[in-house]
Design a protein around this ligand. Structure first.
Ligand SMILES: [Zn+2]
Length: 330
């Protein structure tokens, strides 16, 4: 965020004056492509004449840059920085590993627009660690061992994060591929509701992993550990199509749970689960900040949600919403 001065010199008033911002539609052509954007300008509050505000031109440049790139599907400068962060790589080794000229990434970071082909390649690098792995294999001899090791370390991490060797891992990845922003905290609660709803609506135990009553609600430790490196941040995984790996009935229930619970953040979901018997009973006797690893049994989840289902009819959206509001959290 720019910090603008409170008053600037007005040429007409010949004194420092307060001013207001307005926007106007402006058209520019860049690299042969026309683009409209909202340009900000400032007017003197006293006389209404336009005034110059330091930093405003930079703001407009940035506004135009983002607008142009978004509209024409070019990678953003911020996204190039995301690539460097995602693979723990500096601009020069990144240039080399992608087969670009040594200073190319640096030029892009300074505002040069990549051609469309390179822009698309950079988007793929950001979206897919597999793509980055292939690039590294191809251009391994162009970067030094230290840079290569750092990238490999990240690639191994993404390998682990994107693996799915058990039912719960597959469901977790499916959830993370949904359109919702999901943190490790919200993921745990969503898995818990998915388990409950599959049990109630399909009479299926979708996974048999251990669920524990932690301070922050139900947690599946194996999944929690897998994603804990993301901390409280949104968990990002490569896009993957898992439709053939989860039965259609289960997928429908998962989508249903996500549509009703995925809209809440981790803290709200935690609060909901704290109002429910399975967590409350398992956590009983433990203080607010005391470490608790007591198991929430599958049976406890089934028993509780069977009762809830009888009262609210969880097959209907209105029933689920009524149930959620009955918990008195939202
Ligand atoms: Zn003035």
């Amino acid at each position: 965020m720019y910090k603008y001065p409170e008053k600037v010199l007005c040429a007409k008033c010949r004194s420092l004056q307060s001013y207001d911002f307005h926007t106007e539609r402006s058209t520019r052509v860049w690299n042969g492509i026309r683009c409209d954007f909202n340009k900000r300008y400032a007017v003197c509050r006293k006389c209404g004449e336009r005034v110059t505000v330091p930093g405003l031109e930079d703001h407009n440049e940035e506004e135009f840059d983002v607008r142009f790139r978004t509209e024409n599907d070019y990678i953003l400068i911020e996204e190039i920085k995301d690539i460097m962060c995602k693979y723990d790589v500096e601009k020069r080794p990144l240039s080399r590993v992608l087969g670009l000229g040594e200073h190319t990434i640096e030029n892009y970071l300074n505002g040069q627009l990549p051609n469309k082909r390179y822009s698309d390649m950079l988007k793929r690098v950001l979206a897919s660690y597999t793509y980055m792995r292939n690039a590294l294999e191809e251009n391994r001899d162009r970067i030094n061992d230290h840079a290569a090791d750092k990238i490999k370390h990240k690639l191994d991490f993404y390998d682990a994060v994107n693996s799915h060797n058990s039912p719960i891992e597959t469901v977790a990845l499916y959830v993370l591929n949904s359109r919702y922003e999901i943190t490790n905290m919200s993921l745990q609660k969503l898995l818990y509701y998915i388990e409950a709803f599959c049990q109630i609506l399909l009479d299926i135990r979708i996974f048999s992993s251990r669920c524990e009553a932690w301070t922050y609600g139900p947690v599946y430790p194996e999944i929690y550990d897998k994603f804990k490196a993301f901390g409280r941040e949104q968990i990002c995984v490569d896009k993957i199509d898992l439709t053939n790996e989860i039965g259609e009935d289960c997928r429908k229930v998962i989508d249903y749970v996500l549509s009703l619970f995925g809209i809440y953040n981790g803290v709200t979901l935690k609060d909901l689960s704290h109002a429910e018997d399975p967590w409350k009973n398992a956590h009983e006797g433990y203080g607010n900040r005391e470490r608790c690893e007591e198991v929430i049994t599958h049976q406890a989840i089934t028993d509780y949600f069977t009762k809830v289902n009888k009262k609210f009819d969880l097959r209907t959206e209105s029933g689920v919403k009524e149930y959620i509001s009955s918990l008195g959290v939202i």
